[in-house]
Design a protein around this ligand. Structure first.
Ligand code: GLU
Length: 260
């Protein structure tokens, strides 16, 4: 299978912004193993800004744009240094792709991205993608920005004809009501169709349920499933969950491809 896996900052870093070494080691081990089993893996990794904050010992996430850009420039290096080091241990080669909104929206540039990704997969490399946060900002123009990696990973999955998109986050999946307010909330295991009811479960921006970024995750599910790619939202706390997801076993919330 061709699988795109998106990892959120909360999965990769501690609250301090410093790398969660144990988590990252387990993740790279599982991904290497899935690659050894014959799957094609593409990673969409967040964490550049968060890791930059940690490495530069900043008191918190910078509020100003140049501060965020500088943190991303530092953190992206740190991120790739660790991916390279850990995947090399398992004999896999990583490749970095930093994209902006233009690379997605311009037909020619998105074709270039697709060609590069296809060739990297042919060569057996493991592409690691992030938004180019050091240049892609609202200051340069909203058009230039993708903004978050849930959508970016779905756009990538659709563009390269992936079979499966997995969003690893700090939430277990989509619930039928807010699990932080309702102890009886149930995890929805399968979503056959993303209808108005499902969309309403993401809650409004700012509600407790939306803090996990469920709005952007459902948006990603719409893009992916419309392109014929199943999507799973799962908790990245235990990266071994990826084995079950790839085997089609129950884990998190799985969004199916709608029947036409
Ligand atoms: N590109 C951002 C970063 O690496 C993260 C965006 C997101 O998490 O959606 O810090």
């Amino acid at each position: 299978m061709r699988i795109v896996i998106k990892i959120g900052t909360s999965t990769l870093a501690h609250a301090t912004g410093r790398l969660n070494i144990q988590r990252m080691e387990r993740l790279c081990k599982v991904l290497s193993d899935l690659k050894n089993a014959g799957h094609e893996i593409i990673l969409v990794s967040s964490g550049a800004i968060g890791m930059g904050v940690g490495k530069l010992n900043l008191p918190g996430r910078p509020a100003d744009m140049p501060g965020k850009q500088a943190a991303a420039a530092v953190g992206q290096c740190e991120l790739m240094y660790f991916y390279d080091k850990l995947f090399t241990e398992y004999n896999h080669i990583v490749a970095q792709l930093l994209l902006t909104g233009e690379d997605i929206r311009s037909e020619q540039r998105s074709r270039n991205v697709r060609n590069t990704l296809s060739r990297l997969l042919e060569l057996g490399a493991l592409p690691v993608i992030n938004e180019n946060d050091a240049v892609a900002t609202d200051e340069i123009g909203v058009e230039n920005t993708i903004g978050e990696n849930d959508s970016l990973s779905a756009i990538v999955a659709a563009a390269i004809g992936a079979d499966l998109l997995i969003l690893l986050s700090d939430i277990d999946g989509l619930y039928d009501s807010d699990p932080r307010q309702n102890p009886d909330a149930h995890l929805i295991e399968t979503v056959p169709v993303i209808d108005a009811h499902i969309l309403s479960l993401a809650g409004d921006k700012g509600s407790a349920l939306a803090t996990g970024g469920m709005v952007t995750k459902l948006h990603a599910a719409q893009i992916a499933t419309a392109a014929g790619c199943e999507m799973v939202i799962a908790n990245g706390e235990k990266p071994e969950v990826l084995y079950d997801i790839v085997d089609g076993k129950r884990a998190g919330t799985r969004f199916l491809i709608p029947h036409s």
